[in-house]
Design a protein around this ligand. Structure first.
Ligand code: FAD
Length: 648
């Protein structure tokens, strides 16, 4: 049957990529259909219920700056928030939240159900309608044919998915969900280049059977005993009051006995016996992989993370495994606090089809079939955040192709590498392809000083507004902050202090020494030892800005805090950012620098293990060649250059 209505855009799959794609397309005014296996699993987290982290949090903030759903849903569902790297520079600071998976899913579903221009439909998609070299729609399991101008495919781990537990395996999209077998076969028929990847998840534990007194408590920021006093929020529009009750995580460790148990299962491991052919993520290895590769390590830290407020289920982060269940049972029970643990769900690995992202245009439209876009895990990535960012991106470009009427005048929108992590992600995927599941790291970005979580709004919200993604409330809040930052920066530039109007004693107290000539306050703020608060105290507060002033002893409002943060970071980092641009330009001259053929990269200890292993394996001839290897980041190249300069 041909469905009586035509759509502008069809999105297949209601995971993290699909939901953001559908919301973006609908927000841009396109009549959008989200077709998914099961409406109950919209926004489901297949693995650990946590959002963000280093590099990933940056993507979430960017999705948010473009009006996406992930950050707001996390603010509504987050039961523990932390700022990682809080003592380091702002470029690598990142927000991470533990989410209640039920609350998170409910928030995503509510946003989808209330989005104008968006239709939901529950059915498996078995086929694509293709006319010539153009996709014109999708066909469901029971033969309903939906027509559209563009189709975004976000099938995640479901394409010909196969679950492994020990030497047992069966077809599935993830535990409890069906695989997408017919669609996988159809895509193979269309001759899109594909391969197999794998990922895994740990067994889940009933919290009532955990002895927490033997574990170390890890509270979140803003909780009693937490590292940061302020409660973080993810969304630009988020408020700490939106968060539900907060919960601690717990820490236990593996030990020698755990490792012995794991080793005793190697002969029944689907990974080590060759049952699994797909390549897994090296930086997020299974516990058997860790024990095999780092045999001399005596113990590994395991985080026990609550899955929600209304469940006893815990996620033991660090023991992802596809070993046989009897080994899983024993290894869990060998750890402190888990001696009597009851396993609620076995851990498993899943193998699935992915498609080589090098066959995508920069808009994520496939080169082979017009109107067909791919986003998320299907492109060889791993992670909710990477999927959400790609989904939003593909949704935007599908909507533009389907004729969305917005203030954006170009045919596609593709952010540059110095504009967004999303730009880095897209460029990396389409230029380098993947040989293992790709996840985001800050080290993948050569412009990371300017790609910070804290300025995602300044980098992207104006574009989002032009694309029709940003609603009036967000736009007003953004404009208010942007204008306040610019007013305050200008004000600081216009106020001059000189030996005449600043008492020497005051100057010494605030600046460390008497000022020798005239400076404006913006110049003084560039000094590493001078804070914004110091400026306000100069000359008894004569220079204070009433708009941002906070009475002594009171905590600044979130608005004041974010404005001051931007003014301060912009002043302090402008020099570094300019230098970073120069360095990147200079680095391009090293393209033909030859690497010594005999160099043992394992001795270049500043590089990550992953980089060292890859370099030793591939043995690139030039630095330029090394820089294009997928395991080699721009940061690795800098470290390698330093090593070579030192004559290493
Ligand atoms: P998914 O979230 O998989 O969503 C796909 C959606 O498409 C589902 O709603 C599905 O029902 C629907 N669908 C698929 N085929 C069809 C069809 N033919 N018709 C209709 N609907 C269809 N990420 C990490 O970062 N770290 C980890 O440690 C990690 N471990 C993982 C372990 C496991 C076992 C699994 C399954 C995933 C793991 N992930 C991990 C990956 C993470 O879950 C994904 O990266 C993320 O969910 C990808 O989002 P997505 O939207 O691309 O796909």
């Amino acid at each position: 049957m041909l469905y009586p209505q035509n759509f502008d855009v069809i999105v297949v799959g209601g995971g993290h990529a699909g939901t953001e794609a559908a919301l973006a397309s609908a927000r841009m005014g396109c009549k959008t259909l989200l077709l998914t296996h099961n409406i109950e699993t919209l926004g489901q987290m297949s693995c650990n219920p946590s959002i963000g982290g280093i590099g990933k949090g940056h993507l979430v903030k960017e999705v948010d700056a473009l009006g996406g759903a992930m950050a707001l849903a996390t603010d509504e569902g987050g039961i523990q928030f932390r700022i990682l790297n809080s003592s380091k520079g702002p470029a690598v600071r990142a927000t991470r939240a533990q989410a209640d998976r039920v609350l998170y899913k409910a928030a995503i579903r509510r946003m989808l159900e209330n989005q104008p221009n968006l239709w939901l439909f529950q059915q498996a998609v078995d086929d694509l309608m293709v006319e010539g070299d153009r996709v014109v729609g999708a066909v469901t399991q029971v033969g309903i044919r939906f027509r559209a101008q563009a189709v975004v495919l976000t099938a995640g781990t479901f394409l010909d998915g196969k679950i492994h537990v020990g030497l047992n395996n069966y077809s599935a999209g993830r535990a409890g969900d069906p695989p997408a077998v017919s669609l996988s076969a159809r895509l193979k028929e269309l001759k899109l280049p594909q391969g197999r990847l794998k990922t895994g998840t740990p067994p889940r534990i009933d919290g009532r059977s955990i002895d927490f007194s033997k574990c170390q408590e890890q509270p979140g920021d803003g909780m009693e005993g937490g590292m940061g006093a302020a409660m973080p929020v993810f969304s630009f529009m988020g408020k700490a009051e939106m968060h539900p009750q907060q919960m601690p995580c717990w820490i236990t460790h593996t030990n020698q006995r755990t490792h012995d148990i794991i080793r005793s299962g190697f002969d029944r491991s689907p990974m080590f016996t060759g049952k699994i052919e797909g390549v897994g993520p090296r930086y997020c290895p299974s516990v058997e992989d860790k024990i095999g590769r780092f045999a001399d390590k005596e113990s590994h830290q395991i985080f026990l993370e609550p899955e929600g407020l209304t469940t006893h289920e815990y996620y033991p982060n660090g023991i992802s495994t596809s070993l046989p269940f009897d080994i899983q049972y024993d290894l869990v029970r060998s750890m402190a606090g888990l001696e009597n643990a009851h396993i609620l769900r076995p851990g498993y690995a899943i193998e699935y089809d992915y498609f080589d992202p090098q066959q995508l245009k920069s808009s994520f439209e496939t080169k082979a079939i017009q109107g067909l876009f791919f986003a998320g895990q299907i492109n060889g990535t791993t992670g909710y955040e990477e999927a959400a960012a790609q989904g939003l991106f593909a949704g935007i470009n599908a909507a533009l192709q389907a004729g969305a009427k917005t203030a954006w005048t170009q045919e596609t929108w593709v952010p540059a590498r110095d504009e967004a992590y999303l730009g880095v992600l897209v460029d990396d995927l389409i230029t380098k392809g993947v040989s293992e599941p790709y996840r985001m790291f800050t080290s993948r970005a050569e412009f990371r000083l300017q790609l910070r979580e804290d300025n995602a709004d300044a980098r992207l919200t104006e574009t989002g507004r032009k694309l029709g993604l940003v609603d009036d409330a967000r736009w007003e809040a953004f404009s208010r902050k942007r204008d306040a930052v610019s007013r305050e920066t200008e004000r600081l530039r216009s106020i001059w202090v000189s030996p005449k109007n600043l008492a020497a004693a005051e100057s010494e107290r605030v600046l460390g020494k008497a000022i020798e000539h005239e400076y404006n306050l913006a110049d003084l703020l560039r000094r590493p030892n001078v804070s914004y608060g110091d400026l306000l105290s100069l000359d008894g507060g004569r220079y204070a800005n009433a708009e941002l002033a906070t009475p002594q002893g009171q905590v600044p409002t979130p608005f004041v805090a974010t404005v001051v943060e931007q003014v301060e970071i912009a002043a302090k980092y402008s020099g570094y950012i300019d230098r970073q641009r120069d360095e990147v330009q200079r680095a391009s001259h090293y393209e033909n620098l030859r690497l010594p053929a005999e160099l043992d990269y394992m001795q270049v200890t500043a590089l990550s293990i992953e980089a060292r292993q890859s370099l030793n394996k591939v043995r690139p001839e030039t630095l330029g060649q090394a820089s294009r290897m997928s395991a080699i980041t721009p940061a690795s190249i800098s470290l390698l250059m330093i090593h070579l300069k030192k004559g290493g």
